[in-house]
Design a protein. Sequence first.
Length: 342
Amino acid sequence: MSGNICRCTGYKSIERAASDILILLKNKDINVPVEWYVKKKFLPEYFLTIPERLTKIEKSDNSSKENEIFIAGGTDLMVGNADILAEGNVNLLNNNTLFNFIKAESGKFIIGSAVTLSDIEQSPIIKEFIPEIIPYLKLFASEPIRNMATGAGNVVNASPIGDLTIMFLALNADVIIEGEGGIRNTPLRNFYLAYKNPAINKNELVKSIEFPLPSKPFLFNFEKVSKRNYLDIASVNSAIGLNVKDEKVKECYLSAGGVSPIPLFLTETCNFITGKTISSDIILQANTIMQGEISPITDVRGSREYKKLLLRQLFFAHFIKFFPDTIKLNDLVTKRRRDDET
C-alpha cells in the first residue's frame, strides 16, 4: 500500500477495505496466485495471458543514439519532462547489466549507476557496514519509488535535500563519470557547482558511485526531519561517518541537506572534530563552526532560523546516539544556554 494511500482524505476507508481483503485472501493458493485471483474474480481473466504477452514485448534498444537522453529509474525526470522524453531518444540504463552491480573490491564499495534504492537497501555487503541501512532508506520516498529510483539518479539530480546524496557525502564517496574523453573520478563533495548544477557534461554519464571500505569500528548515522515521518522530502537532513580510536576521532565526514543551495559537506566542522576527544564542549564548539558553514533560506519547509535549529539538533543527535553514556541532550542545551548568558 506504501505510496498509494491518499495523503489527505479517504485513506481510512482504504485501510478498512484492505483489512477486509486480508480476510478474504486468508486461504489464497500461493502456488498459482494469479489463477486463484481470477477464479475468485479479484482480477479480470486477461491477467492469465499476461506472461505470454510480456514475452512479446520488444526489448529496448540501448545502442548509442544521436542526442540521446540517459534514463535509469526516471522517477524525477519522467515527471518533469514526460512529453519531451516520450518523443526523445531515450537510453534505458536500468536494463544495462554494465551499470547494475554492487561489489566490494580493492578497498572500496562500488555501486553501479543503475542500482536502485531497494537494491542498496537489501545488499548484504552494505548491511555489514551500515546495519541500519533499511530503516534509513525507509525514510526515502515510497516503496514503489525505491524500486525504481537509483542512487546515481539521486546524486545527479543535485537536490540540496537528496537523502541518499547526503548519506554518500558522509561516506566520503566519489562519482565515477564516463564520457568521450574517458573515465574521470570526482569527489562527491566537489561535484555540485551551484543549485541543481552538477559537474557533469551533456555527453557524460555516471558509471558508478564509490566510497572507501570503512575502517572498523566505523560509526555511521543518518537523521532526517520532514513534515511526515514517511513519504516526504526533508526539511533538513544530515549524515555522519566517524572512525574513533583510543577515544579520539581519526576521521570525520559530516554532511547536511536543506541548509545550502547544494548538498553540503561540512569541511570546516570535520576538520575541527578530527583529532579531538568527544565531549559536550567539543560538540558545542563544532556546532558554532557548523552554523557558520551553512546558509539556509526561508521557504515552504521552514524559516531560516528553524532550519539552523533543526541542523543543530540533528548534529547533537548523531553524538547522543554514538556516545549515550557521555553525551546527553540536557547537558548540551544547559551548557549552550550558560555560554550564551556569559
